[in-house]
Ligand binder design. Structure first.
Ligand SMILES: NC(=O)c1ccc[n+]([C@@H]2O[C@H](COP(=O)([O-])OP(=O)(O)OC[C@H]3O[C@@H](n4cnc5c(N)ncnc54)[C@H](O)[C@@H]3O)[C@@H](O)[C@H]2O)c1
Length: 373
């Protein structure tokens, strides 16, 4: 059976993981690489025995690429995603955060939507199948009506860079409804366009309430989806369900019982990236495998990827709206935000190439895709 041909753009720390995840997927093959850094490019072309290009546009012209995988720092990401869409690929899976400005995110989504291109943004926790299993149970009504989603883990120091993972999960359990309005506050300077911690309240159009704490507490990282007759918890990646018995009229925490044997045991992340398989390849991580599967499913089943580009744009907007609220004196801010020039720069290690920031000696061992013998 013909496989989808993947063109990986960016042979950096994360690009290597995506490449391996595509190589392991039975429906995809790595067809070519593109990178502006000749040393990184050569390393990955040798691993896979495929052609390499310094310009991704030339790769797309020559290699009949079905899935473009721009795994790039945030600064070049918007231009390259739009360039891939214009070149006429079938699907694009880039990394997160999607962009710095809402205007860039808008044109990326529009470039893909107008051409019917499946567009995913990010190797996200929300792509993990266990969360969709939990969502199915919640959507069946077994726990009653969803009332609120509470992130006790907090956004830490990044409302965009790392925070987009949390906001993406919040959206998932809010049924991917739009946010109507938000009240927030940031950790440092509300006037700054740079990433920082955030906390606040997001009111979804379907009435579900989202609460984002900023710092972790004794419960560690996690969140709860609180429903009228039960609670779903993700606590440091361990999932649990709590439910009131049918004959309980007014459930309280004391009357909820843990539902055993329904959700998978162990942490959702499974085998993390970093160790090596028997053939000496660095394992990309179960989550990256799931993220690649999601873009393949989007093509095969003609559905949206689980972590779509539109999701990437909306979680950026959620973070910016919380900061906007602080800027305006903690007032409620309505979404969608009218000013699309608003922006939020992720930290420099996400915004620009890591090699010059880390130094070549420290950096190069981190992009090895295979065990060095
Ligand atoms: N989902 C996650 O959990 C996760 C984890 C790590 C990184 N990331 C994201 O992945 C992205 C990349 O991170 P990284 O660690 O691989 O960075 P990196 O600096 O190691 O790699 C970037 C690569 O892109 C290449 N590049 C830059 N501009 C290019 C262009 N215009 N055309 C072709 N190649 C170009 C660079 O030469 C480099 O090889 C970042 O956005 C980061 O936020 C996500």
């Amino acid at each position: 059976m013909a496989k989808y041909r993947v063109g990986v753009i960016g042979c950096g720390r994360k690009g290597g993981q995506h490449a391996r995840a595509y190589a392991l997927n039975p429906l995809t093959e790595v067809a070519a690489f593109a990178d502006t850094d000749p040393e990184n490019l050569e390393l990955y072309c040798k691993y896979y025995g495929v052609p390499g290009y310094s310009d991704y546009r030339e790769m797309l012209e020559k290699e009949a690429v079905d899935i473009a995988a721009p795994i790039l720092p945030v600064r070049p990401n918007p231009e390259v995603v739009v360039g891939c869409a214009e070149a006429g690929v079938k699907a694009i899976l880039c990394e997160k955060p999607i962009a710095a400005s809402l205007a860039d995110a808008d044109r990326m989504v529009a470039a893909c939507q107008s051409r019917g291109i499946k567009f995913g943004a990010g190797d996200l926790d929300r792509n993990l199948p266990q969360y969709w299993q939990a969502l199915e149970i919640i959507e069946s009504g077994e726990l009653g009506e969803v009332k609120s989603i509470n992130f006790n883990g907090g956004s830490g120091t990044e409302m965009s860079g790392g925070g987009c993972q949390l906001f993406s999960l919040m959206r998932l359990f809010a049924g991917d409804a739009d946010v109507a309005w938000a009240i927030g506050w940031v950790a440092d300077d509300p006037q700054s366009d740079h990433d920082q911690g955030v906390a606040g309240y997001l009111r979804f159009t379907n009435g579900i309430e989202g609460f984002m704490h900023r710092e972790t507490d004794a419960r560690g990282n996690g969140f709860e989806v609180s429903c009228t007759r039960g609670v779903f918890r993700s606590s440091d990646g361990h999932l649990s369900l709590w439910k009131a018995a049918d004959d309980v009229d007014r459930p309280t925490w004391q009357t909820l019982s843990k539902v055993e044997g329904v959700l998978p045991e162990g942490r959702v992340y499974g085998r993390m990236s970093g160790d090596y398989d028997q053939e000496g390849w660095r394992w990309p991580g179960d989550r990256n495998i799931a993220s690649v599967q999601s873009i393949v499913d989007a093509l095969e089943k003609n559905i949206e990827p689980r972590g779509s580009g539109d999701n990437g744009r909306k979680v950026l907007e959620m973070a910016i709206a919380l900061r906007e609220s602080h800027r305006r004196g903690h007032v409620p801010v309505r979404l969608p935000l009218e000013d699309r020039s608003l922006r939020l720069f992720p930290k420099s290690s996400r915004m620009d190439n890591k090699k010059p920031q880390m130094g070549r000696e420290t950096y190069m061992p981190q992009i090895q895709g295979k065990r060095q013998t």
